[in-house]
Design a protein around this ligand. Structure first.
Ligand code: C2E
Ligand code: CA
Length: 558
């Protein structure tokens, strides 16, 4: 049966002055394509400019009157609208072939003409490749700023490293300082606009230095470009352009890695630049940081920890320590519960404290696996003490920000409780204050489900994040845990002491228990007791210890 649906045909422009050649080409292509014909170069450009039909390919004769094929290619390549239309040149001599290809033609057809099938195959293939490239190029780019996405950027960096080893290169990571505040102040739309401006300035810089740009996260860009001796100019240009052209006052942190080995992967280069970028303190007047030997040692250490993680989980190299939480209500101070804190006993590197690996695992996602391991160990420990001493010592476990983005966390922790034969009320969940900064609704939803199941919720590091009083009022929680730095500084200035007092009042109003951690001296303890803190955790009573040593606290008077 004849196909009644007329398949959408693509348009081909034939630019050829000899009538006979026009006819031959038309004859070959007419069944599959719609044909437009130009008799010389000028006419071809005119058709391109005025045609309302999308042209999929140009078959271009090199020798034509008025304007030859080379000039036509050069003109087309200058024209934004048409520069990506694939061009096949029609030529009789080898030299023209090479020149046309250098100018940007994708293929050539020789005169006298080859077999029809050969011409047809070359035309089909060129159109197909070009269309594929358009699809890829849409997926290659970040929608908002039109710079490369991370994946494609890394691929191109790999290609540059492979083929352009003659020129030294730098990897730069640029992080906009306090961008969340800019967003909050001016709204998301203005924030987006600023990102687009910044991207366009970076593209300019990249263009002048043989470089490419990518957006890694909302407010983080990467640039790979020819080595620069001095970055002051670079920073001045971005800052000035933003101020002068767009009236935007934004500052940056910039991490720079001078690539010294082209075999390094793109991701490694980005990580190095990012690492030294992250090290610039928000309060610093320094805008950029260059990766050096010491950084290299740190990076190698991080890479080793990342590499060894899976083995460490399998071999149970992570050990859970417990730090007592002591109730100071009344005259007798007594043990009420414990906080589970993980340590890594590494077979080669020895004892590693969590400050060295928790931030790293938060970054690379391993934290979820580690946390579940620790939660399980803690639950097991509650059961062991229950069976051995017939007492329940509730244990607080740390829940990372990353854990709170996955709703299945509720079932995971609930199953840990069930599997270990303990009660929900035996596990307290310490959720750091900074977890409430984003996606507050979702996180409140998760916390409510925990509460319904009977878990106790502690807000950890209170005072270190930006949680508003409003969040605090709507959040269902049981315990407030003051960030350690307040205790540390409370005798250093009056304002801090006042804050410690105000937090106590807030806790009383909200009817929640109040913990102070990081308590190291009797002076601090006495003051906190005076200010009506309920529970104290800190070196004054004990450092975190292993489970056996912890048992010594069971009958101890503090
Ligand atoms: P954090 O949750 O704020 O834990 C309190 C930290 O303060 C612990 O450090 C503890 O040993 C330390 N500390 C307790 N009393 C004192 C004191 O009197 N003086 C001083 N200077 N420090 C005191 P640690 O064990 O090194 O843990 C550091 C951080 O690592 C923890 O801070 C927590 O955020 C994280 N962390 C530890 N274990 C885990 C875990 O299993 N999962 C997750 N997600 N994070 C963990
Ligand atoms: Ca904690």
């Amino acid at each position: 049966m004849k196909n009644i649906i007329n398949k959408l045909k693509r348009y081909i422009l034939i630019a050829e002055d000899e009538y006979i050649n026009q006819e031959i080409l038309k004859e070959i292509l007419k069944n599959e394509y719609e044909i437009l014909v130009a008799n010389n170069g000028l006419e071809a450009l005119e058709i391109l400019k005025t045609s309302t039909k999308p042209i999929s390919l140009i078959l271009l004769d090199i020798n034509m009157p008025l304007m030859d094929g080379f000039s036509v290619i050069q003109e087309i390549k200058k024209d934004k609208e048409n520069m990506n239309i694939p061009i096949i040149v029609i030529t009789g001599d080898k030299e023209s072939e090479l020149e046309a290809l250098t100018l940007g033609a994708v293929d050539f057809i020789t005169k006298p003409f080859d077999l029809n099938e050969v011409i047809m195959a070359r035309v089909n293939r060129s159109i197909e490749l070009s269309e594929k490239r358009i699809i890829v190029s849409a997926a290659e780019r970040d929608e908002l700023t039109d710079v490369y996405n991370k994946h494609i950027f890394e691929e191109y960096v790999g290609k540059i490293n492979k083929y352009r080893q003659d020129i030294k290169k730098d990897m730069i990571v640029l992080n906009i300082s306090h961008f969340h505040l800019y967003n909050e102040l001016y709204g998301k739309e203005e924030g987006d606009k600023a990102l687009v401006y910044i991207a366009s300035i970076l593209k300019d810089i990249a263009r002048c230095n043989d470089g490419i740009v990518s957006r890694l996260q909302r407010d983080v860009f990467a640039i790979y470009l020819n080595h620069q001796e001095n970055y002051d100019e670079f920073i001045t240009k971005i800052t000035n352009d933003l101020k002068e052209k767009y009236n935007i006052n934004i500052t940056f942190k910039i991490g720079i890695y001078f690539v010294d080995d082209f075999n390094e992967g793109a991701e490694e280069c980005i990580n190095r630049a990012k690492m030294v970028c992250d090290e610039i303190k928000e309060s610093s007047t320094k805008f950029y940081n260059i990766y050096n030997d010491e950084d290299q040692q740190k990076q190698l250490f991080k890479e080793k920890l990342t590499h060894d993680f899976k083995r460490a989980i399998d071999n149970k190299e992570f050990k859970v320590y417990y730090q007592p939480k002591i109730s100071i209500l009344g005259d007798k101070y007594k043990l009420t519960s414990a906080e589970a804190l993980v340590r890594w006993v590494h077979p080669e590197l020895g004892f590693i404290s969590p400050g060295m690996f928790i931030p790293l695992f938060e970054e690379n996602g391993n934290i979820k696996i580690l946390d579940q391991y620790v939660w399980n160990e803690a639950a097991k420990q509650i059961k062991i003490w229950k069976d051995k001493f017939n007492i329940i010592i509730p244990i607080s476990i740390n829940v990372s920000r990353a854990d709170m983005f996955d709703e299945s966390i509720v079932d995971i922790i609930n199953n840990i409780v069930k599997d270990n034969g303990i009660k929900q009320s035996d596990l307290y969940l310490e959720i750091t204050e900074s977890a409430y900064n984003n996606e507050t609704d979702q996180i409140i939803g998760i916390i409510e489900r925990f509460k319904e199941l009977g878990f106790k919720i502690e807000i950890d590091d209170f005072g270190s994040g930006y949680s508003s009083l409003n969040t605090l009022a709507t959040l269902p929680f049981d315990v407030l845990k003051l960030d350690m730095k307040f205790v540390h500084d409370m005798f250093k200035n009056d304002k801090t002491l006042k804050m410690v007092e105000i937090v106590s009042e807030i806790a009383k109003h909200l009817n929640v228990k109040l913990i102070a951690e990081g308590v190291e001296t009797k002076e601090q303890l006495d003051m906190l007791k005076k200010l009506k803190y309920d529970i104290i955790q800190g070196y004054y009573f004990s450092k975190p210890v292993d489970s056996l040593e912890f048992e010594l606290f069971f009958n101890k008077e503090f």
